[in-house]
Design a protein around this ligand. Structure first.
Ligand code: BGP
Length: 467
């Protein structure tokens, strides 16, 4: 059991603009890659989400009341530049100044991402990260934000580079819904890294007083039965999901060991990666300049070798046991009978977080301070009535088990300085909609009223141990 938090620990809740703000059509906001797609899909809408655009003050006050000293938010690129470039939209700019002021006035430190899965529709239609012109636009947008929002001192460039590349081009559950388009997936990873590196290098050249980094979601990969073939499958998947991006971020190159694995995977799938002159110089320069690293962790995977054709089914409804994932020449994801899973088939495996923390600290000396920037449990919370605190004990168990592992790694020298639960309040989930809740605070999406969950009370008790 976790008895106390280290003094000065950053203890926050996480959000993302498109998942909480709602108000997608007001005050000059431009469309993101999701607006038309969700409308066409017809399953769920991004409005009003958690109505954070209007209710941020209430959520920040709740954060303060429940002992949180930090919040993760993202800026919606399309509120600042409705088309992704051009003239800034002053109403969007004013909104974020109001939001940051409210955070700072209440002692809830904002950690701000520039990109959280919400590319402008115009740029998305033009190839999203696959189009290098869009990297230029991203750098312009970042420059504008750095100069405008000088009250922000903790910046993340991009949230979860792999999730975009993988969900857009491999798993097919994010627009444009390609399945196993390996060329696009690896190219998107590289181009996102380049975008990140250019923005970090820019930030450092401006000599601003804040800190900057990026966020990777990491999943450890284990052979379900330890045979050499299954271990190789795990290595291939780890390389594709973690190692390629970690190398690019913190080594500024893709090491020969990494490329041997990546090339094997590309060859089997007739895919290729294009690296242009100068790209690696940019990565190299950025690799030592990240002030901190945001690590998101939800689960790890168990795999066995697989040589058939690629196929998958994504469980976006919470019908337990319906997911499958088989990647040609890479591996098949399988269920480990000893590991509990959520209704969305995510393995609950805190040991994976410990193993990852130890591994990356050893392999990447350029990683400085680490913040766990997301971790949490998707759960079908049940509302009882106005006067009853919502019992989400499974979420408390989940969080506590993961914090235990974080503190263990910390006691062994891994420099973790903070933890942001995903998520602060219930919010909209990209490919799952509104029944996959994560919040410390329950949101009734009809009335937008907030209710307390037991996990919020637990969060507060731990916050008090720092005083
Ligand atoms: C991360 C994202 C978040 C969030 C979370 C939970 O990948 O950064 O935006 O949504 O995962 O995922 P999901 O909503 O799919 O359950």
């Amino acid at each position: 059991r976790v008895r106390a938090l280290p003094k000065g620990f950053v203890w926050g809740g996480a959000t993302a603009a498109y998942q909480v703000e709602g108000s997608t059509k007001v005050d000059g906001k431009g469309k993101t890659m999701w607006d038309d797609y969700l409308k066409k899909q017809g399953r769920f809408a991004p409005d009003p989400a958690s109505d954070f655009y209007n209710r941020y003050s209430e959520d920040i006050h709740l954060s303060k009341e429940y002992g949180l000293n930090a919040i993760r938010v993202s800026i919606a690129w399309t509120r600042i530049f409705p088309k992704g470039y051009g003239k800034p939209n002053q109403e969007g700019v004013a909104y974020y100044h109001r939001l940051f002021k409210e955070c700072l006035d209440n002692g809830v430190e904002p950690y701000v991402s520039l990109h959280h899965f919400d590319s402008p529709a115009t740029l998305f239609e033009d190839g999203d990260w696959l189009n290098r012109k869009n990297i230029d636009y991203f750098v312009d947008y970042a420059r504008f934000c750095f100069k405008e929002f000088t009250e922000v001192t903790n910046w993340f460039t991009i949230n979860e580079l792999i999730s975009l590349a993988y969900s857009q081009y491999i798993q097919g559950n994010f627009p444009p819904n390609h399945h196993f388009d390996v060329t696009s997936a690896i190219q998107a990873q590289h181009n996102e890294l380049l975008a990140h590196a250019r923005v970090v290098n820019l930030y450092k050249s401006l000599n601003l007083k804040g800190r900057i980094g990026l966020i990777h979601v990491l999943e450890n990969v284990y052979p379900i039965v330890a045979t050499p073939e299954n271990q190789h499958a795990a290595d291939l998947q780890y390389a594709f999901m973690n190692q390629f991006l970690l190398d690019g971020t913190f080594k500024g190159e893709y090491t020969p060991e990494t490329m041997t694995l990546i090339n094997e995977l590309l060859d089997i799938n007739n895919a290729k990666l294009e690296i242009q002159d100068g790209d690696l110089d940019e990565l190299k320069k950025a690799s030592t300049q990240n002030d901190f690293f945001g690590l998101n962790y939800y689960q790890s995977k168990f795999v066995k070798t697989y040589h058939g054709e690629s196929e998958n089914h994504f469980n976006g409804t919470g019908e337990k046991g319906t997911s499958s994932f088989k990647f040609k020449g890479v591996g098949e994801t399988v269920k480990n009978p000893d590991v509990p899973t959520t209704d969305w088939d995510w393995n609950i495996y805190p040991e994976g977080l410990y193993d990852i923390l130890k591994r990356i600290t050893k392999e990447y000396p350029n990683i400085k301070t680490i913040y766990i920037t997301e971790n949490g449990l998707g759960y079908k919370d049940k509302f009882v009535n106005e006067n009853t605190v919502i019992d989400d004990s499974p979420r408390i168990d989940y969080i506590e088990q993961h914090i235990e592992k974080i503190l263990q790694a910390r006691s062994e020298g891994v420099d973790v300085q903070g933890y942001f639960v995903w998520s602060l309040q219930d919010q909209f989930s990209w490919a799952n909609g509104y029944n996959k809740r994560y919040g410390l605070f329950y949101v009734d999406f009809e009335t937008q009223k907030r209710y307390i969950k037991k996990s919020a009370q637990w969060f507060k008790e731990l916050a008090d141990t720092m005083k």
